[in-house]
Design a protein around this ligand. Sequence first.
Ligand SMILES: Cc1cc2nc3c(=O)[nH]c(=O)nc-3n(C[C@H](O)[C@H](O)[C@H](O)COP(=O)(O)OP(=O)(O)OC[C@H]3O[C@@H](n4cnc5c(N)ncnc54)[C@H](O)[C@@H]3O)c2cc1C
Length: 416
Amino acid sequence: MVADSYDVIIAGGGMVGASLAVALADLPLRVAMVEPIELGSDAQPSFDERTIALNAASQAIFETLGVWPDMAAEAAAMRSIHISDQGRFGVTRMHAEDYGLEALGQVVPTRTVGRALFTRIEASERIDFLCPARVQALSTDNAEQVQVALDDGRQLVARLLVGADGGRSQVRQCLGIDAAIDDYQAKAIVSSVASAKPMEGRAFERFTASGPIALLPGPQHRTVVVWSQPSARADALLALDEEAFLAELNAGFGRRLGALSALGRRQAYPLYRVLAQRIVGPRAVLIGNAANHLHPVAGQGFNLGLRDAATLADMLADAVAAGQDIGSGQRLSAYAQRRQADRQATAGMTHGLIRVFSNHTPVLRTGRNLGLLMTDLLPGLKRRMAVRSTGFAGRPPRLARGLSVRSPEPQRGAPI
Ligand SMILES: Cc1cc2nc3c(=O)[nH]c(=O)nc-3n(C[C@H](O)[C@H](O)[C@H](O)COP(=O)(O)OP(=O)(O)OC[C@H]3O[C@@H](n4cnc5c(N)ncnc54)[C@H](O)[C@@H]3O)c2cc1C
């Protein structure tokens, strides 16, 4: 069988893979995006019931790509974040205006993100969306190209394969790349509620003895709930009726927003962390959850993956402009190096939060209480945390700076 030939094959048309496809749409590259489950299906794991927090850098990336207007009507702005520890006095707060931003981020349904991205993908003549199909096997024996076998029997070849196929990445396995896996033995229960007091753009992260509760301002004046609990307790909570569940949630969160009521549909996600030990192989690169799958406590997983995609788009645009091979080992190593600090710091911050706040020894509880207080009092420390969580730390990709991927690199520096 003759293989179909592409410049780039993206394995996975989820949040990160589809974002990369849109970021590449203006480059003279033939792209195939392979995805087993179509958008709109109840089984689609990336564009599902969740509503996620996009940070300011992610919003900027979507604005530059021109897809933000299709998301904006269903987005709710997050203007401040309030972090507290149940039963302790220390709190820290971050306000967008302190960092010259209109909002720290936007809370958007993942299905809205999907619709906006796929409108662009379907309009592009350079992108072939191969769905339903799954990447099953690959060969990197030929130094000039990667060969990819799909589960429907089709064979593809490309100069570069991008594994954007999620935390249990088949591409990562086929490349023989090991990953450090931490099972948090916990689940995140995701739902929505109505709060007696209006959210007014405020987000809350409350650490409790059994796990963090995040309440985010959601679309249509709803409040988004992401409640992480040990697996057995999460299952018990999911088995409760609405009234009993709300009683537990109100007890865990406290009265800052008045009574929480009118519970929406509940869904649970097992929580684990995956960190790939390498993110590049011969003519292949891992991005998004395939490279780093994080706990949702800090709402950073997709934001980090989108920076992977935007940085990779920079690298591919530079290679095209220079007339060079887009999948050369040298280019891929440079990409891996450029992503290293952001990956390490974001994954470290997220994992650190879980480790510190799930420890209940009195010394550590007092220490973290003081930590929250100190963070609130020390502007330098808080600023560093804010810059990291808004996604502008280090050298942000061009799209996050409002520049097209085709622009020559003008200057260094972050907007805040
Ligand atoms: C409860 C919860 C709340 C979260 N909240 C936030 C938040 O507020 N902010 C934030 O930034 N992040 C958040 N995240 C993280 C975010 O959801 C992920 O980081 C994001 O979905 C990663 O996207 P991805 O495309 O890399 O992977 P995935 O979403 O896993 O998508 C992978 C895609 O690959 C496809 N696929 C699988 N195998 C193959 C194959 N062999 N071949 C081809 N395709 C394949 C899948 O069908 C899927 O479409 C949250 C996560 C959870 C669980």
